[in-house]
Design a protein around this ligand. Sequence first.
Ligand code: S3P
Length: 429
Amino acid sequence: MSNAPRIVLVPGDKSLTHRALMFSALATGESRLTGLLAGADPQSTASVLRSLGAEIPAFDESGGEVRIRGLGLRGLRSPSRTLDCGNSGTTSRLMMGILAGYDFDAVLDGDESLRSRPMRRVTEPLTRMGAEFIERLAPDRLPISERGGRLNEISYTSAKASAQVKSAILLAAQVGGVPVRIEEPVLSRDHTERMLNALGSTVTTGTSESGTIVISLAPAESLAPLDFDVPGDFSSAAFFISYALLAPKCEVRIPGVGINATRLGLHPVIMRMGAELRLVALPDRSGEPVADIIAETSDLHGTEVVATEVPSMIDEIPILAVLAARAAGVTRVTGASELRVKESDRITAIVSNLRAVGVNADELPDGFVVQGTRAPLSGKVRTFADHRIAMAFGVLGALPGNTIEIDDPGCVSISNPSFWSTLKALASP
Ligand code: S3P
């Protein structure tokens, strides 16, 4: 193999950055955050919180310490302008949860992509808790005005394993001071539960007789401030891991990446595809497991991904499709219809772009089938302004022999503003 592994740095975890900012604003006392992702999505969360009166200092790609004086659970103020959530589903849905506990009007909006994404999955349970919503332009879509207030305790069964839905309900219950019970079919990412427990609330997670996951919250009266060092984002690391698996004579080491099991579903899938990958465990960071990840050139073969595997790898499916395009044989993904309501319709985006560069691929209603090939690939890729589509096809295009043009490379700034410079450095001899 190669001499020494290339060291690849990835920015802070996006899901954790959103939550660290939100919980800091709601805590009693001063929080200290380091390693925040400075991408466009967390900036949307910061600017929404500022519009609600929170003093969130500017933060940048250095990941340096940010101190936030919390306003307490009841301390946010009525906004004088529309809350612009940009491209960020997490900002819009989790903020709807927080605002459900507040007795004032707020209007949430987003960019064209976010305006096309469903919101009733969150407004429906929050309405049952007692919040009121008005869809201003179209059913189930932003812009939406919200008025919260006194909330009821509910027991809610979610048909989807969605951390955004679960987190919105947990945040509403925490801010509103009411207990809540949520059932989801498979455990979705559990960062909100971990943070709530670390800050003084009591969240328990168990399994029902039928095998569903049951999460219960007994809210704390107030939340302690955070001392949080955000681990590297596994979802960003997945692109560079994949480059290393596919490129000739390549080995990378990615230090300090979050390896929470609810995020790591890509790991067992690529291991059974034949990946040469090692996780070197480090001490937990701020209640989240962390490891250095080492990946090297591998001979991959196709696999089958089924519904129960999807939630813990939902954001990694675009890059899995790229691995499948270079693996021997066929890869089939099913049970992933949620991909149709992400930053783009990712099933259509994946399949149309694979075809555009010369790979045989077919859409299924809830997934896709890809036939791997070793032929040189070339063509133009449409990102649909979706950062993960841009990065997945960026990796494919950086492999020797491939020539791929990406229509909107700038959209990677949503989750990794330094993606292209990191990839370029990795791909250069
Ligand atoms: C996220 C949850 C997931 C994921 C998104 C971030 C979160 O969405 O796709 O990128 O931070 O809670 P769903 O909850 O809709 O599955």
